[in-house]
Write a protein that binds this ligand. Structure first.
Ligand SMILES: [Zn+2]
Length: 304
């Protein structure tokens, strides 16, 4: 039973959009790449669970909790009547190694010790659960989901499941399943009510409407559409074809993510989409797809 599904992180979406419309620093680009990779790994983990996990479990994905002003994130919780598994999913690829308790990437640069984060999450979750009156045993594990990952000099007792162990670990999980109690389900539902949405805006680089490149971005290859003819956009780079209404709606969605406090007006969307030269066409789409408030030059549009 999945009580909370995973969604693409808002920060990833925003950074990806920003990367199309302005020049990001190398650090930001690297961060974007690591977010993309991390999310892909989590999706792979979700598929693995969906495909092979049987029996009575409650799955809670992607939780962001706050305990006594300590914010912590959990990739996945697997709740049974016997214990709770806390999983942090890593999509590392290549030959990593540990030396004097420090973790190194294949290029030899030191990376953040994933165990520190795992232990911190476990400690905070345990205290949180005690406060909720739910003192269940927790087992925390790093799940290395990428088959191309290897860790040299891994300590024997490392709380981790390596790619070659995933099948056996799943068998072990499936054999340990037990009937869920009403209170397990109630607890899981309660825990999810404490989830808070991430607010990535403060962490993003400084952007504004004027600074961002205008136009409609091709959904196939992320380049800008060159021109619009007969209500159709054709990408000159990858050949992707899109109906104008769908392309404008995608761009408005992007605009709303970038500027949650700004009003959607005919002028702002006309400028934002740029490649659509006709203001009338923009107005027609907005009128059809949104609810119009106000009239004349002060008209703006809100979601139905
Ligand atoms: Zn394209």
């Amino acid at each position: 039973m999945i009580i909370k599904t995973r969604e693409e992180p808002l920060e990833l979406k925003l950074l990806r959009y920003l990367n199309n419309r302005m020049k990001l620093s190398d650090k930001e680009v690297n961060y974007l790449i690591s977010l993309e990779k991390g999310f892909k790994g989590e999706e792979k983990y979700d598929d693995w669970l969906k495909k092979y996990l049987i029996g009575e479990w409650i799955v809670i994905n992607d939780l962001l909790l706050n305990y006594n002003k300590n914010v912590f994130q959990i990739d996945s919780l697997l709740v049974s009547s016997k214990k709770i598994y806390l999983f942090n999913v890593k999509n590392y690829e290549g030959d990593f190694y540990i030396e004097s308790d420090r973790w190194y990437s294949p290029s030899g640069s030191e990376i953040k010790d994933p165990l520190l984060q795992l232990n911190r999450s476990e400690t905070l979750l345990r205290q949180f659960l005690v406060d909720l009156g739910f003192g269940t045993q927790i087992e925390s594990l790093l799940i290395f989901i990428n088959p191309e990952f290897h860790l040299y000099q891994a300590p024997l007792k490392l709380p981790a499941i390596f790619p070659s162990q995933l099948n056996r670990f799943m068998t072990k999980l499936n054999m340990s399943t037990a009937k869920l109690r009403f209170r397990d389900i109630e607890f899981a539902k309660k825990l999810v009510t404490f989830h808070r949405e991430d607010d990535p805006y403060s962490r993003l680089s400084d952007y504004s409407f004027d600074k961002l490149k205008k136009g409609i971005i091709c959904a196939g290859c992320n380049s800008f559409f060159g021109k619009c003819s007969y209500n159709t956009l054709v990408c000159s780079k990858c050949g992707f074809i899109e109906d104008v209404v769908s392309a404008v709606m995608r761009s408005v969605e992007e605009y709303q993510l970038f500027f949650p406090d700004k009003k959607i007006t005919m002028n702002s969307i006309h400028e934002w989409c740029e490649v659509i030269t006709s203001k009338k066409a923009i107005r027609r789409i907005l009128k059809k797809e949104f609810r119009q408030l106000g009239h004349g030059s002060s008209a703006y549009y809100v979601n139905e």
